[in-house]
Unconditional design. Structure first.
Lengths: 404, 404
DNA sequence: TCCTTTTGTTTGTAGATCCAACAAAACTGT
DNA sequence: ACAGTTTTGTTGGATCTACAAACAAAAGGA
C-alpha cells in the first residue's frame, strides 16, 4: 500500500541531531578555529550538547582538535578546526570547449584543479560522456592515492537538466535527452557516493553562495555567458530549481525586438545581443567555435587600446545585460546580481552601462552597494559550485559514515 | 553580547513536536475526516505518537472528534476533523477602490466576506489607514461575538512592502513609505495576535497554493492586474520574497519598446500594454479611476458581442501577457502560471493568444497541462491569501496557546 | 460463543537536549 | 608561593519525545 501523502515530513530525534551536527559544522567552517565554548555561546546550544556533537564530528573525522590555544585568563580552550585530510568533494564542469574538474576538502581548500581540452560540439554524446568519465576517474584516482573518501561528484552542464540528471537540451554541446547521470554512474562502476548533474549556472551561484564575497547572503542571482546566457538563483538561502529543474533560463528573453537574429529563430534575445558568443561574432567577425577564452582576451586587448568599435559594442552589450539583470532584480529581488563566466574579464567595460541600465529599470528601492558586480571566483566557478553542492548535501544531513 | 551568527538555527525537542503537530494538522486538513490509525499509516508516525499529538491538538481545540464511524470489520475508528468553531484567521486586501476582508476558520470555511467602497487615491494615508482599521475592527467584533479567537490578521497592499510592514511604494494608492503595520497595530490596541502586511500578489499566490486547483504544488506563479501588473511566486513550496521583500515586480518589464507610454516614463511596459488599466484606457477611452469592475464588465460585454476592436485589443494584450508570463516560466519554471484579478473575467479572450505566446517563448520542455490558466478563486484571492498566510504561520509552529 | 480484525491506549525503552554542579587549567594579585 | 578568579569542558540527573510491543476495546463473521 503506497502512501500518497506528500505534505510536510514528520520529524524525529535523528533530525534534531542531524540539524545540530550541521549547525556545528557550519559554525566551525565559517569561524574556525574556535572552541566548544565559542560554539555554545554563538549558536545557543548547550555546552554539554556541543561537546557531544563535536565528539561525534571528531569521531566521524569531520572535525579535528588543534593544540592551539589563546593566551587569555581562564582555562585555555582547545581549538577546533575542520579536518582537511579525510574527505573530498568533486565538481566537474562540462564546457563547450573544455572540461574542468575541481576537488575540495571540507574547508574549501582546493585539492586539485584540472582542465582538459574537450570537443563538446561535434563528438557524439557517448564519446563526450566517456571523456567526462575518464577525467573523473583520473581525479578519483588521485584522491584515492591521498587516502581521501569521496563525498560526492556533481557535474555541471550548460543546458536544461532535469531532476534525474538527464540533459534535456544543451545547445552548446548539441545534446538532447542525454542521460548523463545514469551513464556516469555506470561508467564509474556504481559508486557509493552520490553522483548528480545540474545546470552550470546553478552550480556557479552555489559557489558564490558558499565561497564568494557575498557568501551566506540568502538571495543571490548569477548571470553568466558561455555561448549562451543563463542565470542561477539562490532565493531564501536555497537554490531556485523550479518544477522541472529548469529555472534560470534568461537567454532567450527578448531585449531588442529589432536586434540580430538568434539561434532560436527570434530576434534580439539577450543571448543574441549580449552573449559572449554574439560579442565575438560581432567584434572578431569569426564564428565562435572551440575555446572562447582567447577571443575574449582579444576583445579585452582591443578595449584596453580604446578601440572605438570595441568600446561601443561592449557598452551596448552592457546596456542590454543590465536590462536582463533588471529582470532578475525585479522578479527575484536578490541582494546583488553577480556577473560571471566570460563577463568577468569584460566587466570594466560592461559594468558601467549595465549598472546604469539596471538602476533605471529596477523598481524596488535598492540599498547602497546593491546592484551588479563581477564575480571574484573566476572561470572555475561552476566546477567549484559542483563541489559546493556536494558539501551542501553533507551539511544538510548526509554525513559520511563513521570510520567508513 | 550580541551574537552575529546567522547560520542555520539549532533544533530542539520543541521543534520536533511542532513539526509533527503541523504534520498531523496538515494531514487532517487535507484528509478529514480521518482516524488516528489513518494518520499513523500515512505519515509514518507511530500510533502512540499520533495519539499524543492528536490529544494535544484536541486540547488546544484545533481538532475535534466526531461520532462518525465507518462500517467495517474491526473496531470502529473515531474520526477526527478540524475544529471549526474556536478560531479565525483574517485577511484584508486594500484595493484602489475597495477594501475586502475575509475571515476563515482552520478548514478554510468562510466566516465572513465583506467588501467596502474605499477611496484609495486622493485620501491621505492617515485617513486610509483609519478606514482599514475600522473595517478590521468590525470584523474582529463579529468574530468576537462568535466567541472565536483571532489567530492573526494579514493585510495585502498592491505595491512594494518591506519586511517590517512599511509600504514603500503603492502607486495605486499614492502611498510612499507608509508604516501600515505599525499604524494598524496601534489602531487595534496592540493585539496579541500577529498583524502583518504583504504584497497582494504574494498573498493571492498563497491562496492558490492552499485553496486553488493547484493546491500544494510546490512551484506556482501568479500574475494579476489591478491598475498595475504584479506577480506572486511560490518556489520550492515557499513564498519567494527576495532580499528586501520586493520580489515579483514584473509590471515594468518592457515588452514593446515602441508601445504606449507608461506611468513610469518608459514605453511599452507590460503594465502599459497588458494591464487592465491600460486596456480600459484603450477600449473605454476613459481614464480608469475608482472601481475597475464595471469597466471590465463592459469590456466583457463587448467581447461577447464580438466587437472587432475589443477582440483585437484583448488578443494583443493576451500576446503581451503571454510574453510576461514566459519570463516567469523561464526564470522560475513554475508548474503553471495562474492569471488572477481582473484577468479572470477576460480570460476567454486573453488566454488563447497568451498561451500561444507563452508556448513559443518558453525554452524548457513543458509537461502536458502546464502553461497558463485562469484563477478559479475569484476576486477575493488576495484577502483569502491573507488568511492563508496566517494559517501558514500557525502550521509552521505558531500554534495558539492551550485554552488561551 | 469464539475467532478475526482493526483501533487506540498503556507501559517501558532509547535517544537527545538542557541544567547544574564540578573538575581542570590557566592567569592575577598579594 | 599560594590562594582567588576566570574560563573551559565534562559528568550525572531530569525532562521531553518518539518508538516498539503488548494489551484492551469494539466491532463483524463463522
Amino acid at each position: 500500500m503506497t502512501t500518497t501523502y506528500t505534505g510536510p515530513a514528520p520529524a524525529d530525534f535523528t533530525d534534531v541531531r542531524a540539524t545540530n551536527l550541521a549547525v556545528v559544522l557550519d559554525y566551525v567552517r565559517t569561524n574556525a578555529p574556535c572552541s566548544r565554548a565559542d560554539i555554545a555561546a554563538s549558536t545557543g546550544l548547550n555546552k554539554a550538547t556541543v561537546s557531544s556533537l563535536v565528539g561525534e564530528l571528531i569521531e566521524r573525522r569531520l572535525l579535528r582538535e588543534t593544540g592551539m590555544t589563546e593566551r587569555r585568563i581562564g582555562r585555555p580552550a582547545t581549538m577546533i578546526v575542520l579536518d582537511g585530510a579525510p574527505y573530498a568533494a568533486i565538481g566537474l564542469d562540462v564546457g563547450t570547449d573544455q572540461l574542468t574538474v575541481i576537488a575540495v576538502d571540507l574547508g574549501g581548500e582546493h585539492l586539485l584543479a584540472w582542465r582538459r581540452a574537450f570537443t563538446g560540439r561535434g563528438a557524439t554524446p557517448g564519446r563526450s560522456v566517456a571523456a567526462i568519465a575518464a577525467l573523473a576517474r583520473r581525479a578519483l584516482g588521485r584522491l584515492a592515492d591521498q587516502g581521501r573518501q569521496v563525498l560526492g561528484l556533481t557535474v555541471g552542464v550548460g543546458g536544461l537538466v532535469d531532476p534525474d540528471g538527464v540533459v534535456r537540451i544543451a545547445t552548446g554541446l548539441d545534446w538532447r535527452d542525454v542521460p548523463l547521470r545514469d551513464s556516469l554512474v555506470r561508467a564509474l562502476g556504481a559508486p557509493d557516493y552520490p553522483v548528480t548533474v545540474d545546470n552550470s549556472a546553478n552550480l556557479a551561484v552555489l559557489a558564490e553562495h558558499r565561497y564568494g564575497p557575498y557568501a551566506g547572503t540568502p538571495d543571490l542571482a548569477y548571470l553568466t555567458s558561455g555561448p549562451g546566457v543563463s542565470a542561477g538563483i539562490v532565493a531564501g538561502g536555497r537554490l531556485l530549481r523550479g518544477a522541472g529543474g529548469y529555472a534560470g533560463e534568461i537567454g532567450h528573453f527578448v531585449v531588442d525586438p529589432g536586434g540580430p537574429e538568434c539561434s532560436c529563430g527570434r530576434r534580439g534575445c539577450l543571448e543574441a545581443v549580449a552573449g559572449v558568443g554574439a560579442l565575438i561574432r560581432r567584434l572578431a567577425g569569426t564564428e565562435p567555435a572551440g575555446d572562447l577564452e582567447p577571443e575574449v582576451a582579444g576583445i579585452v586587448r582591443r578595449a584596453r587600446a580604446q578601440e572605438p568599435k570595441t568600446l561601443a559594442a561592449l557598452h551596448e552589450a552592457g546596456r542590454h545585460l543590465g536590462h536582463g539583470a533588471s529582470l532578475l532584480a525585479n522578479l527575484v529581488n536578490p541582494s546583488v546580481v553577480i556577473l560571471g563566466g566570460h563577463y568577468v574579464p569584460l566587466a570594466p567595460w560592461i559594468l558601467p552601462t549595465a549598472g546604469e541600465a539596471l538602476d533605471t529599470l529596477v523598481v524596488a528601492p535598492q540599498p547602497p552597494g546593491a546592484g551588479l558586480v563581477a564575480s571574484a571566483l573566476g572561470h572555475d566557478a561552476a566546477a567549484v559550485g559542483g563541489a559546493a553542492a556536494v558539501l551542501d548535501a553533507v551539511e544538510a544531513g548526509r554525513l559520511p559514515l563513521p570510520t567508513a
